[in-house]
Design a protein around this ligand. Structure first.
Ligand code: NAD
Length: 295
């Protein structure tokens, strides 16, 4: 029997509905949650991502402000802007869209954002809280979204072996930390694999939950999946496809059609993990507004 599909679009829509209700409650107390996004330069993909985030904020009733800076912006100018936003009580969430121009040091940018407004969850304070199991930090949006997909799909994760392929700071590492926690929809035995892992299949075949965040189409083939496993594919790669009007399509890391015959649960690409990332960004922003209003 083919695997059950995890419908990320439907689950994300449910979460956006919950966020809308929380925004309305905050607004009734005079607080309008606001996300400020800083976009440096004119990378077309970044512009598309930022527009998507702005639209999503407006749909749930939040305020959104995109500050567009030229590619020539200096590190000093950016730091000054972040200091201003940190001190502005009408701004609850701050996000600086990556990639950054060469003269900007990404680590310095992340460290300059007030951890209480770091809705991406990348600041070392929030990273530390996640690893320490302190639940009042912000969890990066994509891993938080994947955990929600597991929760909403009623996967009992306790004691299961979760294998995460990819060790980036935005997905792989925080994902592993999240599934390791002594918490609901966690308590897994966790293995992290990466580009230097030898015999990747020997690890993935042991996974009850397989989460792959690499960006290499076809990396995970059906014979690398344990029968009945939950497979969550974070990878997004655009490949040529002459059958499409656009001439391209998006694929994940998993050989989807073959994997579907082996897995128990699986996310499609697109429509799986992707929609959850923005939903969790909205949720983090509303949490920031709730906490700053209560402080
Ligand atoms: P990254 O490029 O920073 O890291 C890729 C990781 O893959 C590295 O840790 C590397 O060690 C590992 N890797 C490379 N080749 C490998 C191999 N052969 N075997 C095992 N591991 C290997 O990645 P990222 O920023 O975490 O993004 C990964 C993918 O997820 C990309 O396709 C990206 O577009 C996608 N992504 C999707 C979302 C979403 O919302 N759905 C969010 C973030 C990233």
């Amino acid at each position: 029997m083919p695997a059950e599909l995890i419908d990320g679009t439907a689950i994300a829509a449910r979460i956006r509905g919950e966020v809308s209700a929380e925004v309305a409650t905050l607004k009734a107390t005079g607080v309008v949650p606001k996300l400020t996004v800083v976009l440096i330069g004119d990378d077309p993909a970044s512009a598309v991502y930022v527009a998507g985030k702005a639209r999503a904020c407006i749909e749930v009733g939040m305020e959104e402000d995109t500050i567009r800076l030229p590619a020539s912006t200096s590190q000093h100018e950016l730091m000054e802007l972040l200091d201003r936003l940190n001190g502005d009580s009408s701004v609850h969430g701050i996000l600086v869209q990556s990639p950054f121009p060469r003269q900007i040091e990404p680590g310095a940018v992340i460290r300059r954002i007030d951890p209480a407004k770091d809705v991406d969850g990348f600041h070392p304070v929030n990273v530390g809280k996640l690893f320490a199991g302190d639940r009042d930090g912000f969890v990066p949006c994509t891993p938080a979204g994947i955990q929600q997909l597991l929760r909403q799909s009623n996967v009992t994760t306790h004691g299961l072996h979760c294998v995460v392929v990819g060790r980036s700071n935005i997905v792989g590492k925080p994902m592993a930390a999240l599934m390791l926690q002594d918490a609901p929809t966690a308590n897994c035995t966790v293995t992290i694999c990466h580009r230097y892992t030898r015999d990747l299949g020997s690890f993935t075949r042991c996974a009850d939950i397989l989460i792959t965040a690499v960006g290499r189409p076809g990396l995970i083939t059906a014979d690398m999946i344990k029968p009945g496993a939950a497979v969550l594919d974070v990878g997004i790669t655009r490949i040529p496809d002459a059958t499409r009007k656009s001439g391209t399509r998006l694929v994940g890391d998993v050989d989807f059609e073959a994997a579907r015959q082996v897995a128990g649960l699986i996310t499609p690409v697109p429509g799986g993990v992707g929609p959850m990332t923005i939903a969790m960004l909205l949720r983090n922003t509303v949490r920031a507004a709730q906490r700053l209003a209560a402080a």
